[in-house]
Structure formats: structure tokens, C-alpha cells
Write a protein that binds this ligand. Sequence first.
Ligand SMILES: N[C@@H](CCC(=O)N[C@@H](CS)C(=O)NCC(=O)O)C(=O)O
Length: 214
Amino acid sequence: MTAASVHIYGPSFSNFVRTVMLVCEEKELAYSVGLEVAGKKVAFKSEQHLGLHPFGKIPVLLDKGLILPETASICRYLDTDKKLQPDKCLDFAKHDALCALISIDIDRVLVREYLLEFAFPKGENNSVRFDVVKEVQPKATATLAIIERMLGEESALAAKQFSIADALLAPILHYISCLPAGFNLLTDFPKVEKYLADLMTRPSCQKVLIAKKL
Ligand SMILES: N[C@@H](CCC(=O)N[C@@H](CS)C(=O)NCC(=O)O)C(=O)O
């Protein structure tokens, strides 16, 4: 890795893009972010985008000749000195598994099934489909209960050292906390609320996690 700026291809409102931004901020790495490559707009899902990511997803990290998809892999690549990952073999493996749980299962329920209903409403005249929201709420609540439980155990979450797992979870929780009363499900989970409040004291989180349309 060089001192030159890396580019994160993707819009800065995406939770996964925000994860990579948080890692760059924490590591004080220079970066640019957006749907451009070398100063030229590359439309989401265009041929050129598919050339960067086989499934047309974001983010993609561009660092000199390197084109790297997959958020957790990007974070590990940027974390050259492994400061955002535990060093003991067992803890390293647990952190790795936690990152996968957050980017696959937790993201699917909380972002894809719940938050996206608010961010990209598919109802009549672009209205939020509250019947869909209500249907997903029990699943979203159950997912937050799992996170609440994880926070009560020894894990890489809320450890002394900010981790890649924190960088994956923080943008998701922050977006939920921005929902109006009745939909901000964090209020039923004191450990999750405190975890997010603690994270929000970090300059990286204050800079990247700004209320914005998902
Ligand atoms: N496994 C990928 C998932 C990335 C992902 O799903 N990104 C969303 C935006 S936040 C996306 O590109 N969605 C478009 C799609 O699924 O086609 C990662 O961890 O980077």
C-alpha cells in the first residue's frame, strides 16, 4: 500500500461504503469516494461497473492497479498493520466470523429488508409500505436482540480497540437510530444504544455517519 489516496467506488450513503470510509478515517488513510473512476462518472450497474464488480455491487476499492470488491476483504486489505483486528489466532477467527455475520445476515434483515423500505419506498407515489415495514419489524427486532446478546458477551464488538466488525455494524445501527419514533427499534435495546452512543464519540463516526438518505 502506498501513501497515495485510495478510491472507494460507491455512493457515500451506502452502509458498506461507509464501513470502508470509517476504516480509512480510523487509519488516517487518504481516500476519495463516489461513483466516479479516474474523474469520470461510472453509472451503477453499467458495463463499466460490472467490469469492476462481477455482480455490480458496491463498494469496490481502487488502489493503483488493484480492483477489490467485498467490504470485509477491502477493510482487511487496508488494515495492513492489523490494528483493527485481534491478534490472537482464536480471537482473529471469531472476529472474522462476526464480520461475516454482520455483512451477510444482519445486513440482510436490518438494511435490505427493513431500512431500504424507508430509503427507497416502493409504495404508491413513492410512499413507504408500512404493511411491509410492520411485517419485517419482528425479524428486525429479533436481529437486534441477537446484537444485544453479542454485546453482553466477550467479542470484538465494543472492545477497547475499534475493529472492522464495529465499522461494519456502526453504519447500520446509525441509520436505524435516525428512523422516527416507533421505527427506531434500538430504543428497546440498552446495550445496543450505548454501543452506538460510544461509537458516535469517535471522530471517524462523527464525520462519516451523518443522517442521509440510505
Ligand atoms: N457482500 C458485499 C455486499 C455489498 C452490497 O450488497 N452492496 C449493496 C449496496 S449497500 C449493493 O451493491 N446492492 C446492489 C445489488 O445487490 O445489486 C460486500 O460486503 O461488499
